[in-house]
Design a protein around this ligand. Structure first.
Ligand SMILES: Nc1ncnc2c1ncn2[C@@H]1O[C@H](COP(=O)(O)OP(=O)(O)OP(=O)(O)O)[C@@H](O)[C@H]1O
Length: 303
């Protein structure tokens, strides 16, 4: 059993009339890549800021690496935390390397690793260029490098892949996997569900300040018992044969799309549907069966 490095107990945050976070319990284990998802305004950033000790909780307790964030010992713990805020701000007149050096000073860590970190996030070619000329994705990479300064044990990353190109996203998750191998715990938020569904170990879905669901993507799928999605491409002129053959299964919501039939098939009808489709033999041109996506699961939970 691994240690819980983040423990959130009955935490709430009230901004006047607005209950941004309303009684959250959460435990994240050492070496986990944990995703936090939810609609705009669900309370993700507020929860993040409380876990970082940047915003006091109105109720409840948060412990990071075993220490209460309200206690004196948290100052020391803070050195082991890397944070990439949603909107990271830099001094445009500094170069990328100078920027990292500046953050290294703020964090009281050695500047020796700055060039290496820039290389890690794919920015070594721009190390001596002023940040003013950096693209959005380059700024995001620089923000990520800043979060990695001082070899943190926990990384809090708020929408870390915003602005990254597909290669940048792949490299980013590759770095996270390497960090996980070293026992680093990562907690991240994202709105790009297709991107995180294969890449997080567990996730929580937040809605109106509360955790609506918590688990692996597969366990959330199972819990929701969402239908499988089957896409069947038929030979020209045979689509009606398929529809007729499937009638006994009583599948509603079949959608026709470019000569293909899209059906939502309950799990317990999967084998029956497949055997009917197989029985149509030469008339079937192609078949795809897919699990519901994280987006389907998300919409199921958060509405
Ligand atoms: N400083 C603040 N003062 C008043 N209300 C706030 C403050 N910060 C956040 N809120 C409110 O708390 C709620 C949660 O906001 P939060 O930024 O945590 O959501 P989020 O899930 O991170 O959203 P997004 O996905 O848009 O970043 C929103 O209703 C927001 O308006």
């Amino acid at each position: 059993m691994k240690n819980n490095v983040i423990e959130v107990n009955a935490v709430a945050k009230q901004f006047g009339e607005i209950r941004a976070v309303g009684g959250v319990d959460l435990a994240v284990q050492e070496g986990e890549i944990f995703g936090l998802i939810g609609h705009n305004g669900a309370g993700k950033s507020t929860l993040f800021k409380m876990m970082l000790g940047l915003l006091p909780a109105s109720e409840g307790e948060i412990r990071i690496l075993g220490k209460s964030i309200q206690g004196e010992a948290f100052r020391q713990v803070r050195r082991n935390i890397g944070y990439l805020p949603e909107n990271v701000v830099f001094y445009d007149n500094l170069t990328g390397l100078e920027t990292l050096g500046f953050f290294a000073d703020l964090k009281s860590v050695s500047k020796n690793t700055c060039a290496e970190l820039l290389d890690k996030v794919g920015l070594s070619h721009a190390a001596n260029r002023r940040v003013r000329g950096y693209s959005k994705g380059m700024r995001q990479r620089l923000g990520f490098a800043q979060a990695l300064l001082g070899k943190p044990a926990i990384l809090f990353l708020d929408e870390p892949t915003t602005g990254l190109d597909p290669e940048g996203i792949r490299e980013f998750y590759q770095i996270l996997r390497e960090m996980r191998e070293q026992g680093v715990t990562v907690i991240l938020t994202s709105h790009i569900l297709a991107e995180i569904q294969e890449r997080v170990d567990r996730l929580a879905i937040m809605k109106m300040g509360k955790i609506q669901a918590l688990g692996t993507v597969q366990s959330l799928r199972d819990e929701m018992d969402l239908p499988l999605i089957m896409q069947i491409k038929m030979q020209p002129g045979t689509l009606d044969d398929l529809k007729t053959a499937l009638l006994p299964l009583g599948l509603d919501e079949a959608v026709e799309e470019d000569g293909k039939l899209l059906i939502r098939c309950p799990r317990n009808s999967k084998m029956a549907a497949l055997s009917i489709i197989a029985g149509l033999d030469g008339k079937v041109a192609d078949l795809h069966v897919r699990e519901p996506s994280l987006e389907d699961v998300f919409l199921g939970y958060s509405g």
